[in-house]
Design a protein around this ligand. Structure first.
Ligand SMILES: [Zn+2]
Ligand SMILES: [Zn+2]
Length: 369
């Protein structure tokens, strides 16, 4: 079953998207053909659409996907038509040594989830191939996704919340539960209280952290951070955030998380941890970004560790069911993260509003009609 689909394509390298009809191929091998019911406007899409990535245009972005399986390839085990699924950007082969040791987020063979050069493209527009970024391609009414990137979800989980879970929760909550393994009674600082930061704060509360300190420049976001479980908030614009964290905790936090991809806040993340503490860089920095740490006084003397992490060290098949239970029990506050539901034709204004800082939480496209 090949289909015509309404999609938002990145064609001009200026961060804008154009609404066009594309052709989505029938599923092959382990692929699922998904009718997209919700796709999140993660800001990284606008960054990628505004960069020269050296890839042939147009690009099909959108990596926070939730929808319904329409049909499957003959090797897509465990899925049938009608299943509700979410699809995440963690591409993994399930066969390499890292995958087999539960580290799918470190897979050494990610391209094995994609079609080969000799095969028809998954998506095309006027006979030109359309490149699906991260193998998800959610800014489209229909998309093809490798089964390893999809997880079945129960029908009680709304599609918009599932879409947010596919990126913000896997990344933010995963950083706390998987990468840091925050234990009951430990202290945590989260720099950046956007969608990913709020999920990290929420997860730290679920994990039983004693002090959960949110750092941001926006009082509005800090207020929301309290609703998600922050016990202390610091506006980084008024005074020295490191000194304040040291004061609140009597020497520094056990774990700090940097979500906003800046040099200054990454250095702060290191310096606000205690002796023997751990700092985690979650946000993706620009290529070439430097971190001028003092080897002796920042790292070796205080015996600190600095970790670069990807997608919350998540194993989606293991983690999504846990997050779904937390959501359905009212512990994971995804409803408050879905700020606006949009028609696909509103994608550019949705990104513009996010850039202008309107609405702390996510806008999600839920209408392709
Ligand atoms: Zn994202
Ligand atoms: Zn692998």
């Amino acid at each position: 079953m090949a289909l015509s689909a309404r999609a938002a394509l990145a064609r001009h390298g200026d961060g804008s998207f154009s609404i066009e009809d594309i052709h989505v191929d029938a599923p092959l091998g382990a692929e699922l053909l998904i009718e997209v019911k919700a796709v999140g406007l993660c800001q990284s899409n606008a960054h990628l659409a505004g960069m020269d990535l050296g890839l042939p245009a147009p690009l099909l972005l959108g990596h926070e996907v939730a929808g319904v399986v329409l049909s499957t390839g003959n090797q897509a085990c465990g899925f049938t038509a009608g299943d509700h699924v979410l699809a995440a950007l963690i591409q993994y082969c399930a066969q390499c040594a890292l995958c087999l040791s539960g580290q799918e987020y470190r897979c050494a063979n990610r391209p094995s989830t994609l079609r080969t050069a000799g095969q028809a493209p998954r998506a095309s527009c006027k006979d030109q191939p359309v490149m699906q970024m991260f193998g998800t391609g959610g800014f489209s009414q229909y998309t093809l996704v490798h089964a390893n990137q999809a997880v079945r979800i129960p029908e009680e989980l709304p599609f918009a919340q599932a879409a947010v879970m596919a990126c913000s929760t896997l990344t933010g909550a995963g950083a706390v539960f998987n990468s840091a393994q925050v234990a009951q009674g430990q202290s945590v600082a989260v720099i950046g209280a956007g969608g990913i930061g709020l999920n990290a704060i929420n997860a730290a509360q679920i994990a039983g952290a004693s002090k959960i300190i949110a750092v941001d420049l926006s009082d509005e976001k800090l207020e929301l951070a309290r609703e998600f479980g922050a016990t202390h908030t610091i506006n980084g614009g008024s005074g020295d955030a490191v000194a304040k964290v040291q004061e609140i905790t009597g020497g520094g936090v056990d774990h700090s998380f940097e979500m906003i991809s800046l040099q200054a806040t990454s250095l702060q993340a290191v310096r606000m941890t205690r002796v023997g503490g751990d700092a985690y860089l979650v946000g993706l920095h620009k290529p070439g970004a430097q971190l001028p740490l003092d080897a002796m006084s920042d790292i070796i003397g205080p015996q600190r560790s600095l970790h670069g992490i990807y997608m919350g060290s998540s194993s989606p098949q293991r983690d999504v069911p846990k997050y779904t239970e937390h959501y359905l029990a009212g512990r994971l506050k995804l409803d408050a993260l879905v700020a606006r539901e949009l028609h696909i034709s509103q994608i550019n204004e949705g990104f513009a509003a996010m850039k202008a800082g309107q609405g702390v939480a996510r806008s999600v496209i839920t209408d392709f009609s």
